[in-house]
Design a protein around this ligand. Sequence first.
Ligand code: GS8
Length: 215
Amino acid sequence: MAMKLYGVPMSTCTSRVMACLHEKGADFELVPVNLGTGEHKQPPFLSKNPFGQIPVLEDGDLTLYESRAITAYVAEKCKDTGTDLMRHKNPKEAAMVKVWMEVESQTFNPAISPIVMEYVIGPSMGKKTEQAVVDACTGKLGKVLDVYESRLSTCKYLAGDFYSMADLHHLPYMHYFMTTPCASMVKDRPHVMAWWQDISSRPSFKKMAGAMTFG
Ligand code: GS8
């Protein structure tokens, strides 16, 4: 039976999981959740995720939430098919993947997500961009991207010379960030830009990037 993914492709966390499922060539059914009507705050959905957020993955009797935990499950379940995103055959490479997965969730995401919220998600709900929030975050993000520029001048991808889950987890926020006036922060850092062009041109991401739009 195919896994069921509850969410919508425009959601960054849902698309993180979709990118992983596509990269693994896994069979899944996307079950849309209507955020507009508050479906995610109603008992049927809350019984899947008591925090009332998408995405949720169901695989038989297993129900999971938290996008990064879901991708880890998919990588483990499908470890013999598609790209070896966790480098499980090489403990040192696997450790570097985990380091950069932590960097994404603990350092990169908190710096980039408020900018995407201000320029992309907020305006789609009629909110005005707050320049003060953007200014506070661009300083923080610039320092993070300086570290990325230095790292990516020594290897092609974040964990080494191989595409991994660490790179994949960056796709959704980078995708939206590159549509904002702050995209020059990436374009002005040649190694970060080359990395972005590489990871965003993977067929697994291109398959879904068109559906990642707020409007
Ligand atoms: C965050 C989920 C989340 O913010 C994860 O899965 O990684 N740490 C969790 N989901 C948002 C959609 S953005 O992808 C959501 O469900 N928002 C609606 C709400 O919070 O009411």
